[in-house]
Design a protein around this ligand. Structure first.
Ligand code: ARG
Length: 257
């Protein structure tokens, strides 16, 4: 009888200790939770793969700086195709999108954006070695234009084709790097993409900017709609950074010269 009582007492104590340990394990890991930042690193100078294989760029530096300022110590970069970013955020696979993502009303229906941190227009680039020199969208009639899937360039072109009933063939790529490679190899006639990125590609590949379409897009970082705490902290940190010399340093690092 005494033996049974002892065993029962031991079991109760073990269960209590296990429960307390589990409680602390969960709460500790919660406090040290890593923020997972999703990006599509085919978009220099905002995000790209460096020679040593690491993912770097203006967005990467800025989001890390902002998250650290906001008190998040552990930041992990997760790479995926651009059009997988919003689904991944919604499914909880990542916590923030930092991908030169334009703030649009359609996207705002499903994610929450920070304050804008950059503004761009769209460029149409062509191969230097071809003699194709379009000056406006109409000149792309009968041609094949590459875009990255899920981008504003893709939406813009599709809408233009529909509204103006012009025969522009739109070829979608999982990555802008692949689109530009096809352009260089003569498999497509043009690529439409954000101006600063187009400029970077002209430095690395034999391509030139043929013309620019003013779209006045603004980039923001995105979080889940219910992540208000993260959103507020990021906005505070971004405002602080953008008003400090750190901002000029960052701009100089990626856009200087
Ligand atoms: N700004 C454009 C958009 O939001 C293109 C962004 C592409 N970004 C990238 N990391 N590949 O649709």
């Amino acid at each position: 009888m005494a033996k049974t009582a002892l065993i029962a007492a031991v079991v109760v104590i073990v269960v209590i200790i296990a429960g307390v340990a589990a409680y602390y394990a969960v709460h500790k890991s919660k406090g040290e939770k890593c923020i997972r930042v999703g990006t599509s690193p085919d978009f220099p100078p905002f995000e790209y793969v460096a020679k040593n294989g690491s993912i770097v760029g203006f967005d990467m530096d800025l989001i890390k700086l902002a998250l650290h300022k906001a008190g998040y110590k552990c930041v992990k970069i997760v790479s995926m195709d651009f059009d997988s970013l919003i689904p991944a955020l919604q499914q909880g696979k990542i916590d923030v999108i930092a991908a030169g993502m334009t703030i649009t009303p359609e996207r705002e229906k499903v994610v929450a954006f920070t304050i804008p941190y950059w503004e761009v227009d769209q460029a149409v680039i062509v191969s230097k070695t071809s003699n194709f020199r379009p000056a406006k969208l109409e000149d792309l009639a009968g041609k094949t234009v590459g875009v990255e899937t899920g981008t504003t360039a893709s939406d813009y072109l599709k809408k233009y084709v529909k509204e103006h009933k012009v025969d522009i063939k739109i070829k979608e790529y999982s990555s802008y790097v692949l689109a530009v490679q096809d352009l260089v190899n003569g498999r497509i006639d043009a690529v439409m993409l954000d101006v600063p990125v187009a400029k970077m590609f002209t430095k690395k590949y034999p391509v030139i900017i043929a013309f620019v379409v003013k779209t006045g897009e603004k980039y923001g970082f995105a979080v889940r709609k219910n992540d208000t705490e993260l959103l507020n902290k990021l906005n505070t940190a971004l405002k602080e950074i953008m008003n400090s010399p750190e901002w000029n340093k960052l701009v100089e690092k990626y856009f200087g010269s």
